[in-house]
Design a protein around this ligand. Structure first.
Ligand code: GDP
Length: 424
């Protein structure tokens, strides 16, 4: 009937819309292509004792010899700001490499931090690390405040791999302290270093104790978010990754030959070979999958939307309560506006007062001028009145003489006078 007809019409319209190509369906590709052209920036920080295999793991992760493990560290680093003693990292150093895979460019930066043992006083060992994270946030904040913000360099720390010593016991107080200093500022990813030095059972028990410690101390570690819309496969994949935290890792960038003759990245022991890229042997694959394959964008987003935002808000607030009101104005647009309005209003009323004064002056001038001309008028009026009075007196005088019969007194103006002697 009628309803059916209407429905058919609506459906036709929608179909037509779909049929004519608007083009926004290509938006994801556009965004993607733009990002690919620009390249991605990803900054990973590694924290943990010296000799725990941080450099080795980074090389293994990105299949890139970011660290020259064959040379003494001090020579490999080269950079003047990095100090090294006995191959140990004693200052924070960062290394970048442009890596490309299938046309996707990634600017990878690794921030290496000094091991705990390298400090004279371990109480403040976390401070330079936190300062480094903060200064990277500050650098981003500064860029955001610039007029031209088209090309922001994102050098914020997107992931922090925290290396736990393979003791098999539990977290040390210094680990807890470090994690607590870092977890509000970075995506914390705890890993058990050199997991090949523990047995399978030891790893399982150690992981559980570490997780208990983390929960007990309210330490927030990075957790891949679970979205409702995700398909079952992705959810299962994420759960699989999640189940391996803290990742038990083994690093090696050298190839070894297994008993069955395969060439693998791994470490050889008298009793066999530990393979890095074998999920049955360690969690390296899962760590790499999370960090690079499935959650790199998530890590970047969480850094931007949550961690950086927290830092920014906190920073602005702490500046807001500062004593110097000019600082407050700088960062508080409302206060700044109110003050500007006040200044403007003061200026206006001053102008108004000045105008009033000038006006009054002019009025006064005019009034006094008027008074003056009035007086002049009066004076002239009096003069004329006096002159007329005088003439009237003279006429009367003459009239009296005529009536008395005497001849009129001769006029100074002469004969041109009529008989009354009044000039025209
Ligand atoms: P960093 O000081 O934390 O950067 O540690 P390095 O990467 O320089 O490694 C220190 C030593 O540990 C080197 O001799 C590495 O070969 C070794 N190493 C690195 N990763 C592992 C690992 O997963 N297992 C074992 N057993 N040794 C490792």
């Amino acid at each position: 009937g009628i309803v059916g007809h209407h429905e058919a019409g609506a459906a036709e319209m929608v179909r037509k819309k779909m049929g004519s190509f608007v083009g926004f369906a290509n938006l994801p590709n556009q965004v993607h292509r733009k990002s690919v052209r620009r390249g991605f920036q990803f900054v990973t920080m590694v924290v943990g004792d010296s000799g725990l295999g941080k450099s080795t793991l980074i090389n293994t992760l990105f299949e890139h010899k970011l660290y020259d493990l064959s040379a003494p560290r001090s020579l490999a680093n080269g950079s003047s700001m990095n100090g090294s003693a006995n191959g140990r990292t004693v200052a924070i150093e960062s290394k970048s490499a442009d890596v490309e895979e299938n046309g996707v460019r990634l600017k990878l930066t690794v921030v290496d931090t000094p091991g705990f043992g390298d400090f004279v006083n371990n109480d403040e060992a976390w401070k330079p690390i936190v300062d480094n994270i903060d200064s990277r946030f500050d650098a981003y904040l500064e860029q955001e405040n610039r007029v031209n913000r088209s090309k922001l360099m994102d050098n914020r720390v997107h992931a922090c791999i925290y290396f736990i010593q393979p003791t098999g016991h539990s977290l040390r107080p210094i680990d807890i302290e470090f994690m607590r200093k870092l977890h509000h500022k970075v995506n914390l990813i705890p890993v058990i270093a050199k997991a090949d030095t523990l047995t399978e059972d030891e790893v399982v028990a150690f992981k559980q104790r570490i997780l208990n410690d983390i929960a007990h101390n309210n330490i927030k570690i990075f957790q891949p978010p679970v979205y409702d819309l995700e398909d079952d496969e992705t959810i299962a994949e994420n759960e699989e990754i999640q189940s391996k935290v803290p990742f038990a890792v083994v690093g090696s960038d050298t190839f070894v030959t297994t008993a069955d003759g395969r060439q693998v990245r791994g470490r050889t022991y008298p009793w066999g070979t530990i393979e890095v890229d074998n999920e049955a042997h360690c969690d390296f694959i899962k760590l790499r999958q999370m960090l690079i394959h499935t959650h790199m964008e998530e890590l970047r987003e969480h850094t931007n939307d949550v961690l950086y935002e927290q830092y920014r808000t906190h920073k602005l607030l702490s500046m807001g309560v500062a004593q110097d009101p000019s600082v407050f104005r700088e960062i508080n647009p409302a206060a700044k506006q109110a003050e500007e309005r006040q200044l403007h209003e003061a200026k206006l009323s001053k102008m108004e007062a000045e105008m009033k004064m000038v006006f009054q002056q002019k009025v006064q001038e005019k009034e006094s001028k008027l008074k003056q001309s009035e007086e002049e008028l009066y004076a002239r009026h009096r003069e004329m009145k006096d002159a007329l009075e005088k003439q009237r007196y003279e006429l009367e005088e003459r009239k009296r003489r005529l009536e008395s019969g005497r001849p009129p007194t001769p006029d100074k103006t002469g004969s041109k006078k009529n008989r009354f002697g009044i000039g025209k």
